[in-house]
Ligand binder design. Sequence first.
Ligand code: 3MF
Ligand code: MG
Ligand code: MG
Length: 413
Amino acid sequence: MKKPVPVKDQQALVERLTQACGGGYSPAARRKYFLSGPQWAAAYQGQALFHAPTREPVGFEQVIRKYGEIGIGWWSTHDTDVIPTQDLGSERQWAAVERIGKALGENGLECSMVTTETFYHAVWAGGPAAESPQVREYCAARVGNTVELGHRLGARYAVYWPGSLGYYVQGAIDETRTLAWYADAINAACERDLEVSAKLGRPALKHCLEAKPFEPQAEILLPTSDAMLAFIGSGLLTHPEMVGLNPEYLHELMWGAAPRAALARALVAGKLWHFDINDGYRLKHDVDIGVGLVNPLDWLNVLVLLRSHGYNGPFNLDYKPPRTTSNFGVFAVSFPTAVDRFITLWEMAGEVISDPVIQEATEALKAGGADANSRDAESLAAANRELLTLHELIAHRLVQILLGLHRGRTYSI
Ligand code: 3MF
Ligand code: MG
Ligand code: MG
């Protein structure tokens, strides 16, 4: 058995084995991708309902510095990740904004996205669209304030995750009323944006709605990206053209969706503006695992879709380093490896798109079989029978590309 490893040697061991993995990119190469690191992801201490924290708190100065060293060029944040709730909307918040601006500037990062925490504080116990008109007024002020913070920090996106828009016990709320009240908050944010952006001479933000099917409420009023699309088109929003989506990969998987199909529906609606990237399991809770650790083949497919449709929004690393990762490991292992898996899968998606086998197979499928009578089912089926085998061949080719087998990697048996 191997000797127990002294604590003083553990970081060096982790570092050496991370190096031994290879396959990493330089910080300069990583910065070429529109990857954003959330403040909350790096600062997550491992706590949950059944879990005590396993890591020490880290502030934004440290997170931004570390992201800069790793080569993550953009940063995103909740208002309360960086400013105490009681200071929001008051003069006191500007000191934090100044410190953030300085930290971003010194480390060569930009703020890409801001979001309002409307789920954690006790004020949201009844949700962001509670019955109390005063709570709703407060909500409108908070999202409006986030818009202002975003403009001051140079952000281009605002995200809304209405996490607590739902209920545990039935009967107390009228869903149609609650949805209309929630729309009032989004409308207030858009109105405020029009004012602030005009005043500052900046483009308006892109306002992106993020759905999650369950957690933290038992029943959720806007559980999927499709529900969000319906909400945008419902007539409740005064500026639907300013509002799009921030799908999260795992949030779609959680309800059993094919994430790629959910993204395709957002794409055809012209609403895929922002994307939270992570991984996890179908029909389980929000485990927020790093991108590509669970479903690399599906991720490759997702990125083929996004690359081939010219998606140019941010990829926001909205995952949680596992509780077993130390503060040191968060920045030495968790973030760099997540970024590097993303880059590899993105480049591989390019390889899929230009792969001659896939290209020829796809073109042949689109040409269809010859000599069919298009009014006769039997003749059509017969004309395409052999061609359709290419579906399975394409799937095989994707796995070959993922595993490097297309480059001749075989095992000597
Ligand atoms: C929860 C989430 C959130 C949202 C964030 C952005 C903590 O499952 O995914 O991250 O992404 O609130 O608005
Ligand atoms: Mg998210
Ligand atoms: Mg999540």
